[in-house]
Design a protein around this ligand. Structure first.
Ligand SMILES: Cc1cc2nc3c(=O)[nH]c(=O)nc-3n(C[C@H](O)[C@H](O)[C@H](O)COP(=O)(O)O)c2cc1C
Length: 204
């Protein structure tokens, strides 16, 4: 069984933010492209947020591979002040379909920051609770840059409990499934009523 870990780190971009092309800052788009190719090869998964000149990234996978990537990241001149905000062993990957999910700046993130008294995305001032909330939010937000499978994987969660189970079981009971059972039970009850009625009428 492989030894899996999750790390979450923050950093500051060293480049000036340029106007977005196709919804993503061009430097970030290049980082995403390399990340997705390499991570797929190395069996790593993760999520990346970029806002107000700061990165917030979560990476999961084999311990040695994640640690090796982090050493590479420390040397990357496109960011500085890397700070690990979480590192833990995990039993399974939380988002196996995302080689590197890109999470855009959106109203949900802005509202979350406002709720905690932040006017900008400043992860260096986040406490443990806010790091967790940001992670949860990142998991539920759709990735506008991801084609097919990654886009499907990043569709907003309808039900958190169900979603957690679906991550491990890869399935999720739907409303239509429950409706089918209810219909079957109703039909059965109707048939039993008719049989009882016919029986009573035959007796009388
Ligand atoms: C914020 C940030 C996040 C990155 N995330 C990843 C990543 O998840 N996976 C990865 O392989 N490279 C990532 N990189 C790029 C690496 O630092 C490094 O440039 C790359 O792994 C080199 O790959 P190459 O040898 O194929 O060019 C990231 C860089 C930055 C600045």
């Amino acid at each position: 069984m492989s030894d899996l870990i999750r790390i979450v780190y923050i950093s500051r971009a060293t480049f000036e933010t340029a106007p977005a092309a196709n919804g993503v800052e061009p430097n970030v788009a290049r980082i995403l492209s390399t990340s997705r190719t390499n991570n797929r090869r190395n069996g790593l998964v993760g999520m990346l947020y970029y806002g107000d000149g700061c990165f917030f990234q979560c990476v999961e996978g084999d311990r040695l591979k994640v640690q090796s990537l982090y050493k590479t990241l420390l040397k990357d001149p496109r960011h500085r002040e890397l700070k690990m905000v979480a590192s833990e062993s995990i039993k399974r990957l939380s988002f196996p379909d995302w080689s590197m999910k890109y999470v855009p700046i959106d109203g949900h993130m802005k509202r979350l920051l406002e709720e905690h008294g932040f006017a900008t995305f400043d992860p260096y001032r986040f406490d443990h609770h806010l790091v967790e909330r940001v992670m949860q939010l990142m998991q539920g937000v759709a990735d506008p840059t991801a084609p097919d499978i990654e886009a499907r994987a990043s569709a907003p969660a309808r039900n958190i409990d169900c979603d957690e189970k679906a991550i491990t079981a890869r399935r999720c009971p739907t409303g239509s499934g429950i409706a089918k059972w209810a219909l079957a039970i109703s039909v059965l009850a109707l048939i039993l009523s008719v049989i009882t009625l016919v029986y009573v009428m035959t007796l009388s």
